[in-house]
Design a protein around this ligand. Structure first.
Ligand code: FE2
Ligand code: FE2
Length: 143
């Protein structure tokens, strides 16, 4: 069945809830990091926040432009005080974000929303960069 505008808006709101979740998660992880690499871990998570916030801004603006209402509820945040687990949680979230945006690209394409499709592809570029950064940190982790 063809994608409807309602389905696209529902999907974009799920994406927005996940971006809000990412902002909260990375802010709290940065503050909770401990151990000899505390400042490295803190700097890493803090450096991701502006990207995720800009994604949230884009999505909220786009949802309104398409006639919808942006969500105010983040997806549930998973907390840990273990540095390695922080990166594992973040890796899972970034991987899921890429999959969601790929689905959203296909929906935008079906609805002939080329501008949205191209911007969503930019988000995939950003999330792929985040994912690869995290993977390189988890590789050879010694602690
Ligand atoms: Fe994001
Ligand atoms: Fe990300």
């Amino acid at each position: 069945m063809a994608t409807t505008m309602e389905e696209l808006l529902e999907g974009l709101n799920l994406d927005l809830a996940a971006e809000f979740q990412a902002v909260i998660t990375y802010r709290v992880f940065a503050s909770l990091a401990t151990g000899p690499y505390r400042s490295e871990v803190r700097d890493f998570f803090e450096s991701e926040i502006p990207d995720e916030l800009s994604h949230a801004q884009f999505l909220a603006d786009k949802i309104v432009a398409l006639g919808g209402t942006p969500t105010t509820e983040p997806l549930p945040v998973e907390l840990t005080r273990d540095n390695r687990e922080m990166f594992e949680i973040a890796l899972k979230a970034e991987t899921e974000a890429i999959a969601r945006y790929e689905e959203r690209v296909a929906q935008a394409e079906e609805l002939n929303l080329t501008g949205l499709k191209v911007r969503l592809e930019d988000l995939i570029v950003d999330e792929t960069g985040h994912k690869e950064e995290i993977e390189r940190r988890l590789h050879n982790w010694k602690e």
